[in-house]
Write a protein that binds this ligand. Sequence first.
Ligand SMILES: NC(=O)c1ccc[n+]([C@@H]2O[C@H](COP(=O)([O-])OP(=O)(O)OC[C@H]3O[C@@H](n4cnc5c(N)ncnc54)[C@H](OP(=O)(O)O)[C@@H]3O)[C@@H](O)[C@H]2O)c1
Length: 353
Amino acid sequence: MNRKPIRVGVLGATGAVGQRFISLLDTNPWFTITAVAASERSTGARYADACTWRLPGDCPDSVRDLPVQPCEPGLDCDIVFSALPADIARDVEVQMAAAGYGVFSNASAHRMDPDTPLLIPEVNPDHLALIPIQREKRGWDKGFIVTNPNCSTIGLTLALKPLHDAYGVRIVMVTTMQALSGAGYPGVPSLDILDNVIPYIKGEEEKMIQEPRKILGDFVPTEGKVRPAFMLISPSCNRVAAIDGHLETVSVELEREAAVEEVIAAFRNFTSLPYELGCPSAVNPTIIVRDEPDRPQTRRDRDAGNGMTITVGRVRPCEVLEHKFVVLSHNTIRGAAGASILNAELMVAQGMI
Ligand SMILES: NC(=O)c1ccc[n+]([C@@H]2O[C@H](COP(=O)([O-])OP(=O)(O)OC[C@H]3O[C@@H](n4cnc5c(N)ncnc54)[C@H](OP(=O)(O)O)[C@@H]3O)[C@@H](O)[C@H]2O)c1
């Protein structure tokens, strides 16, 4: 794309997802970071001083000297990526959108708002049609809020999409093994998670029930809203001692019969609109299918496609439902910052920004 990079800010820039945003945006050709914001604890300091950099390598030079500002209108940028805790995000994101910023949010606060797109660009790009409706309803002339799903929802929903389109997904049983970085920093105390698995993540199962139904639902222009897909989802969410990468075992019942080979072909033939549009964060393929009986594995496969590809494996018949498989996605890239950046790229590619 031959245009000046768009000026962007990161809200919650010092946190686990915030640092991912900084790291990914630093090399993104369509965006340039001109503002960083966080809590009162950090404001006023240089970014490099306020933030203990926890990703591999050093904090990028381009942001080291930026002053950390409060999360409020007045930031010198056109769009913001939000990595705020949900309770803070609820009001801040509305204030920013009302002040004219495009807001791309990772937080759960507005995901299920009926007028807000819950977007995976490869899955439901047509849901961006909610934006004019959102603006009209809320009286915003320029600003908007677009959200991305919960980190474990993204991997699951990307895998369900080709099956839902081809055969209709009726029932989903899913068990997650979710990485520690999903709990932010410092997250779960080491003495709670080493030598252990914790079979509970607050609020996670509720999100995995609701969010895929909205994302896989149909935008109905005459009603100006998304009609959720009808499917039953039973999630069980577990925290495990991996640093990054959410592994999920999934069983599905389909509306129309499909052979295992057809299920595999549906995964392999999945295409990506943002890739076709040349979005820099889009990857091809979006879904890799591994044939080895012991893949995907969290440590070995989470970085596929720079963390934006999901890896599916062990596709086989299920003794209870019809088919079962394993899906792996990188939770802070595909499941958070990378997902949000791809949402923004899609809007740029479609001339909406
Ligand atoms: N981690 C993941 O894999 C993942 C995946 C998907 C979605 N998410 C969502 O992304 C969001 C961020 O998660 P995280 O894991 O990055 O959390 P985190 O590491 O705890 O970081 C929180 C960030 O928010 C800032 N903040 C906290 N309280 C604030 C306040 N009152 N006002 C302004 N800023 C405030 C913090 O700034 P200070 O440093 O100044 O305290 C920090 O920059 C959450 O909504 C989470 O649910 C996370």
